[in-house]
Design a protein around this ligand. Structure first.
Ligand code: GAR
Length: 209
């Protein structure tokens, strides 16, 4: 059973996918708290509807990024969070969070990493002209979308795709693999060996590092 803290900056459809998976009984987890850096994030409305506590912290209201993250860590720990999920959280994660949750922070990214890290990944893929796009769930390290990869899913890119149509096709897969990765984590089935993450058979005891 995971005690999840979710960090989100916007629409929150990935956050919703987690809420739904828990409600349907396919993910043994509890979302203890949502933290957002955006007071306009629709994710807040989703938290309200689901009865999940949420906190907004304005990064500009802190002396520096470290102080901002320390506040987030304090909040997550006060809710007894053991696993952090970045669900459309648009900031690079720093030391305070990484050292408080080693190999317990996962991120969903809308590209087949290591291709197209950072912002506007779907547009990057279209502009590059790839024929296959997709998404990646990975453990978070100090880099930009560089941590060990847990799961990926591929989708075709069509000639008449716009950024919106491609993003929508990828998003469907994001929701699926994010929930699947969390489920594997909840079952202790992810074994991190350097950069490689092995998925252990049912009943396996995984561990980080
Ligand atoms: C998703 O496509 C997610 O992969 C992406 O932001 C979107 C958030 O959608 N994240 C990143 O680009 C992080 N680098 P959502 O708010 O509906 O989940």
């Amino acid at each position: 059973m995971l005690n999840l803290g979710v960090l989100a900056s916007g629409r929150g459809s990935n956050f919703q996918a987690i809420i739904d998976a828990i409600a349907w009984g396919v993910l043994p987890a509890k979302i203890k708290v949502l933290v957002t850096d955006n007071p306009e994030a629709y994710a807040i409305e989703r938290a309200r509807r689901a009865g999940i506590p949420w906190h907004y912290f304005d990064p500009k209201g802190f002396k520096n990024k470290e102080e901002y993250e320390k506040e987030i860590v304090k909040t997550l720990l006060s809710y007894e969070v053991d696993t952090v999920c970045l669900a459309g959280y648009m900031r690079l994660i720093g030391k305070p969070l990484l050292s408080s949750f080693p190999m317990r922070i996962i991120n969903i990214h809308p590209a087949l990493l290591p291709a197209f890290p950072g912002l506007h990944a779907q547009k990057q893929a279209l502009d590059y002209g790839v024929k296959i796009a997709g998404c990646t769930v990975h453990f978070v390290d100090e880099g930009m979308d560089t941590g060990p990869i847990i799961l990926q899913a591929a989708v075709p890119v069509y000639d008449d795709d716009s950024e919106e149509s491609l993003s929508e096709r990828i998003l469907e897969q994001e929701h699926r693999i994010l929930v699947e990765a969390l489920r594997l984590l909840s079952e202790n089935r992810l074994l991190v060996e350097g950069r490689r993450v092995r998925i252990l058979p049912d009943g396996g005891e995984g561990h980080g590092k």
